[in-house]
Design a protein around this ligand. Sequence first.
Ligand SMILES: [Zn+2]
Ligand SMILES: [Zn+2]
Ligand SMILES: [Zn+2]
Length: 239
Amino acid sequence: MQATTGKCFVCGASLSKDEMKAHLLGCRGREQGDEPLFLIFVEDDYFPEIYWLALEIPRSATLADLDEYLRHIWVDCCGHYSQFTIGEAVYGRRPNPSPVELVLDEYAHVQPMDVPLEDVLTVGETVQYSYDEVWPSVLRVTPLAAYSGDVPAGGVRLLARNYKPFKPCRVCGKPAEWLYTDAWPQEAYCDEHARQHPAWEKPNAFLPFVNSPRVGLCVYRGPKDESLLFEVYPPDAEA
Ligand SMILES: [Zn+2]
Ligand SMILES: [Zn+2]
Ligand SMILES: [Zn+2]
């Protein structure tokens, strides 16, 4: 897949990832508020040119708040373990821990995520986020700037995000809507040809081709909150 451009939700501009990083430093809110904020850029570790987004979050918010947002918008399939690795420290979170897991985490010196971002993040320094130990989705989290502005409604303000990458149906070349996950590499199909596939009825053999770095992994079907969906192709795409 080719590098994707993305959309600035502040002014509507469509830009490449590097252009967006520079653009947001000037285009961000410019509000009157005096809440200390971070402008944070998040990229997929495996496809950093394809899956990326930028958000604003209060510096007093915790790693758990950021984890919660990343889960909601991009990665949560069924409540796996997630962690931030910051220098030597690991901050982990299990929505439904077993007693054994809690003991193992303590043994591995995993710290809780109830730490303010301003205590652990530094502008310009990338930290690693990963979700799910078996089929990990790994992200790079980089604070690009620190400034003051309005408190984001709902705790996080999404500033920009990549457009949906184009993947052709392997039969007809139309934009894929499904991935057949029992094949490796996974096979992309349009809706019509997915439904004609002999394994169409098999549970979770087909997963929706959603705009997320977690696409095709575990049972990921996109954000449960529809306001976080962004299944939009770039405005200049011919598809
Ligand atoms: Zn803009
Ligand atoms: Zn899962
Ligand atoms: Zn097709």
